[in-house]
Design a protein around this ligand. Structure first.
Ligand code: ZN
Ligand code: ZN
Length: 335
């Protein structure tokens, strides 16, 4: 999908091809396998699984194509070295027809959820009548303009959390393919990246993966699904490397696969999954759901997934954050 000309990561002027049938078939099978496992191990999550299945199906079937961005390898290296995400302050030419299609399907899907139905259909109706501009909504989320998003909710008379949730999912969809396109650029230039937020879009980590036989720790972005290497013994929130402050919680029977890592320096936590291969971005929601019990256990003990949310680091770097699978909490998109 990406053409590297040697100078630029430039996808301008190309077709935006849809995913091949075989690739999406593979993803559907893999999603189904993972959901079944979550269902078996956590029968109490039946509603969450039903909700999440629909969302993941949309990510697989209706993902917008990659946004276009022109960035030289030198510029990419300079940005990363300065701690600046690649997409920040760049002109990102999104696949807007694809994003609009996704948003419309998203509203229909939400319209089937009993708790969301009334508001979801109101939103879809507003899009159809032209009283809600999806491009503008996505733009507001990418700018981290929460007030503009809440203004839309007030104008349409719907729950702000619903608009935030739908917008967060749509921004994720808009950025997933973009992040995949930028992964080689990141790989080439990313050695200097030492931050706990996404080097592509600036979003917060959704979870950590321990990848491959060596257990390389990779943080996965809550907004774009991108991944970046991070030291094994370091808190992604406050950066402490004091091993005495870092510990984890896990159920005995699954401690090798799932755990939640806690930091006593900032009282932040991050969920962690041991995965042989990187989880496809479309399926991260499933791994997130598989660890909801650990999420709850960490919160009960007074830890939070976003301890810096009030600080300057995270400000304006809103992304959908936790709760993707149950849709309970989402805060607009990355940037
Ligand atoms: Zn990201
Ligand atoms: Zn910390």
């Amino acid at each position: 999908m990406t053409e590297t000309t040697g100078e630029m990561t430039d996808t301008a002027g190309q077709e935006r091809p849809a995913r091949t049938g075989r690739a999406s078939e593979r993803l559907h099978k893999e999603a189904d396998r993972r959901w079944k496992k979550v269902e078996q191990e956590h029968p109490e999550l039946a509603d969450t699984v039903a909700f999440g299945r629909g969302l993941v199906n949309l990510y697989i079937d209706e993902l917008p194509a990659a946004g276009r961005i022109a960035l030289t390898p030198e510029a990419a290296r300079a940005k990363l070295a300065a701690g600046q995400p690649l997409l920040e302050d760049e002109q990102l030419d999104l696949d807007l027809p694809g994003v609009r299609r996704f948003f419309s399907s998203l509203c229909s899907w939400a319209g089937d959820q009993p708790d969301l139905a009334r508001d979801a259909w109101a939103v879809k109706g507003a899009v159809r009548k032209g009283t809600l501009d999806v491009d503008d909504l996505i733009g507001a989320a990418l700018d981290g303009d929460q007030a503009r998003i809440d203004g839309v909710a007030a104008r349409l008379g719907v729950q702000p959390t619903l608009i935030q949730t739908l917008t967060g999912f749509a921004v994720s969809a808009a950025l997933m393919e973009t992040a995949r396109t930028l992964a080689p650029t990141l790989e080439e230039a990313g050695a200097a990246w030492e931050e706990g937020f996404c080097p592509i879009c600036g979003g917060p980590p959704l979870l950590a993966e321990l990848q491959g036989s060596e257990g390389q720790r990779v943080l996965r972005c809550a907004a774009c699904g991108g991944g970046w290497k991070f030291p094994r013994v370091q808190c992604p929130h406050c950066g402490t490397t004091d091993a005495a402050k870092l510990h984890y919680l896990a159920l005995d029977e699954e401690a090798e696969k799932y755990r939640v890592e806690l930091c006593d320096n900032c009282h932040g936590f991050i969920k962690s999954v041991t995965s042989f291969a990187p989880t496809p971005a479309e399926l991260l929601t499933i791994e997130d759901a598989a660890m909801l019990h650990l999420d709850a256990a960490a919160r009960e003990r007074g830890y939070t997934p976003a301890p810096e949310a009030e600080g300057d680091e995270a400000e304006g770097r809103a992304a959908e954050g936790e709760g993707r699978a149950d849709g309970a909490q989402a805060e607009g998109g990355g940037r």
